[in-house]
Design a protein around this ligand. Sequence first.
Ligand code: GLY
Length: 320
Amino acid sequence: MAEGTVGIVVGAANARVGMQVAVEILRAGGSAIDAAIAAAREVEDNLADHGVGTGGIPNILGEVELDASIMDGKTLATGAVGAIKNYPNPIDIARKVMELTPHVMIVGEGAELFAKHHGFTTANLLTPEAEESWRVRIKEPEAHGGNMYEDQYQLYAQAVQDWTKLLHEEIFGTTNVIARDLEGNIACAVTTSGWGFKWPGRLGDSPIIGAGNYADNRFGAAACTGRGEMAIRAASAHSVVASMRCGMSLDDALQQAMTDLSYFPDKFAERESAMNIVAMDAFGNVNAASTSDKAEFVVQTVEMDEYELRPRMFIPLKRD
Ligand code: GLY
């Protein structure tokens, strides 16, 4: 389908809560960056979403740590924050990193200091539902029929193996939004609370440019959700854009990047929905792929009254 030069927003299915606000920005002549960030912020503020922002599933210590990145396809400017605590909208802080600093990524205490310095306000990100999920699985698992972790640190090697068995959609969420404005500029925003019950300080692909996020007006953009470690190893987002640069169609570029994931072993990629990519070419055509046959993505153009959920191309991991 050729959307042509109209403004368009595409993202993971959970970005549906942000489609309308993004499209209204584009309709008013706003920038792709403003639209992508506005949509991402809506997901961060959605308490029912346990993979992004407030309400995100915490790390092993019961602390919500967030990662986010933004990339401007016009200038290739980018900003990212990682493992940031107590700030509900990391996508806005990532934008400030892009606009105000000579850096592209700031993590942990440094990111929190940066956010404080720029007037962002703190909030409690751990909702009762997310805390309960952590308490049942990590803090007091023996009382709920789960495994007993006498010492979270000592048993980490075993625990991380067991956590993979706990993963489900709510625990392993992320969102991404790619927007193209009426001037043809493309921007990509990605935001997440990362792998539920992750090790403190663990970064996935979302804040890493080239892994979970890439945008270049000349060729298109791509963004990942799912097992970030795989996207980092395969540089999946950049891979899609680089393939389009080399002349591949959007669909072929997605197919190539997904097929690459089957090339290397990953014992933690057992779950069906291990990896997902959404992408846009330079003309505003969009598509998405997943290792699950049930996954969807969301699209809305400035001419559409409502978002549309579409099925992703199904490209399963092939394991010997
Ligand atoms: N894709 C999000 C993460 O791995 O943290």
